[in-house]
Design a protein around this ligand. Structure first.
Ligand SMILES: NC(=O)c1ccc[n+]([C@@H]2O[C@H](COP(=O)([O-])OP(=O)(O)OC[C@H]3O[C@@H](n4cnc5c(N)ncnc54)[C@H](O)[C@@H]3O)[C@@H](O)[C@H]2O)c1
Length: 474
């Protein structure tokens, strides 16, 4: 089929390249000329494992094209995906500016029937708004009768495993409008996704509003599991239990399952924080409240401070003259995405308290440099105390502690003897519970994880001072 994908970000590029891999002819349009220029030159502007090979193969086979002109993308398209950003507004609600702009432009340009698929994460009722914006544009050009159906097909991919998620989805959620428009769109989508449903039918058909809300429900549920485990970890610290044992103990229960039960530094990234807040906003707009989601968000805000609190537990609130090595900047492994990454919050806290920070990430150095320059713009002398380095071991030289923030595979089995030699103090603060506390202690390294029988006395002695310092720094 002939497909247009609007937006060449994480979701748009994965959608476009995977559909091209499945044999469809795809034109991917983005309004950012630099991004399109890079893609045309064979440079993929984001890090996503396997994506560059997929794009290279499909562009060479002339099944995938990049453009900045919407008219090029619309020329032959039977199906058009909207995959532009929906960033949070000040009040937490989703900013639909880009989505509605695409709808207006399509309405002003389209000349043939089309199924418009909303892949961006959007609040309930957006498909109807997109349809109205499109219809208005068509009517203004005397094309009111053109069959154009707007449907919802939320994206559930995980950055870092996005291609596999697209090619082998647990489910494909599709929300359709009622009547003939919905029936025709169903036929088109059945054909488009046929190869993904060959083994068994994965599509869950539903109405538009349910599909839109399903995306938020999924993210809120996953975020809640993480906050639940973080809260459990904090209690484990207090009572002298190990949250990793608890994770294994409950994750083996088939009713619970093992995924998303890892305690850590709080969730980040481009989806969970913004989508939970947008869901709360939707509830408020309808005179209601998502109490569980609100608690999830509150727990997460507190958990973001856990590593800074651990540092102050050891070194006090004044960190001048201290140097810390950080491993991992991206919000999770296998991505260069720095949106709402926990490392950003930690680095700001450390720099504000006077510390030097030497940080390493296997792929996110460039995106981190831009994000951190932004975060520290109000403390230029602080920015000078931050170094980003390409070598994990080099980051350790003379540092007072190693802080592990992102659980990249490269960090799973480091040379602990070398770490001990390189550090000024033999301390690892493990924000992802990667290491075995007993093994490290036997090797002469002090260890502090999350919810793993940490030193109770130390925590209590500094916690109120540290809390106050954190509140001032925030
Ligand atoms: N990143 C994820 O893991 C993920 C997963 C599921 C759903 N989503 C949702 O998918 C949507 C896209 O997310 P993303 O991470 O791919 O965003 P992104 O910021 O990486 O990419 C968005 C792209 O859209 C382009 N764009 C903006 N306005 C445009 C316009 N009018 N015309 C053409 N291009 C335009 C931007 O230049 C940018 O390249 C969001 O709603 C997000 O919540 C993201």
């Amino acid at each position: 089929m002939k497909v247009a994908v609007i937006g060449a970000g994480y979701v748009g590029l994965v959608t476009a390249s995977c559909l091209a891999e499945l044999g469809h002819e795809v034109v991917c349009m983005d309004s950012d000329p630099r991004r399109v220029e890079l893609l045309r030159a064979g440079v993929v502007p984001i890090y996503e494992p396997g994506l560059d090979a997929l794009i290279e193969r499909s562009t060479r086979a002339q099944r995938l094209f990049f453009t900045i002109r919407l008219a090029d993308a619309l020329e032959a398209a039977e199906v058009l995906f909207i995959a532009v950003g929906t960033p949070p507004r000040e009040d937490g609600s989703a900013d639909l500016g880009h989505v509605l702009e695409v709808a207006r432009q399509v309405g002003a340009t389209l000349k043939r029937p089309l199924v418009v698929v909303n892949k961006s994460t959007v609040p309930v009722g957006t498909a109807e708004r997109v349809q109205a914006a499109l219809d208005a544009g068509l009517a203004a050009r005397g094309l009111g009768g053109l069959p154009v159906a707007v449907i919802s097909n939320p994206e559930f991919l995980k950055e870092g495993a996005a291609i596999d998620d697209f090619m082998h989805p647990d489910r494909i959620v599709i929300g359709l409008p009622a009547g003939e428009a919905g029936a025709q769109a169903r036929t088109a989508m059945t054909q488009l996704y046929a190869s993904l449903n060959r083994h068994h039918e994965r599509t869950v058909w539903m109405d538009l509003r349910s599909a839109e809300l399903t995306k938020y429900a999924a993210n809120a549920m996953l975020a809640t599991r993480i906050s639940f485990m973080n809260e459990m970890a904090n209690l484990a610290d207090l009572v002298g239990a190990d949250v990793d044992a608890i994770r294994r103990g409950i994750g083996s229960d088939s009713r619970i399952g093992p995924s998303f039960l890892y305690a850590g530094t709080g969730y980040g990234g481009s989806c969970f924080p913004k989508d939970t807040r947008a869901l709360m906003q939707t509830a408020q707009q309808h005179g209601s409240q998502m109490q569980l989601v609100e608690a999830t968000e509150r727990v997460n805000q507190a958990q973001r401070q856990v590593l800074a609190r651990r540092v102050m537990q050891h070194f006090g609130a004044d960190l001048r003259g201290r140097r810390f090595a950080l491993w991992g900047l991206a919000f999770k492994p296998q991505t260069d995405d720095m949106r709402e990454a926990p490392s950003r919050h930690l680095i700001r806290q450390l720099i504000l308290r006077g510390a030097e920070v030497v940080a390493h990430d296997p792929v996110a150095l460039e995106t981190a440099r831009a994000a951190l320059a932004d975060d520290l713009a109000d403390i230029p002398q602080g920015l000078a105390r931050l170094q980003l380095v390409g070598d994990a071991m080099a980051a350790l030289d003379g540092a007072d502690a190693l802080i592990v923030v992102t659980e990249w595979k490269q960090f799973h089995n480091p040379d602990f003897a070398l770490i001990r030699e390189s550090l000024r103090r033999p301390l690892i603060i493990d924000g992802r519970n990667l290491y075995d506390p007993q093994q490290l202690q036997a090797l002469g390294l002090a260890y502090q994880g999350i919810g793993r029988r940490n030193d109770l006395a130390g925590e209590r002695v500094v916690s109120s001072a540290a809390q106050q310092a954190l509140a001032e720094a925030a």
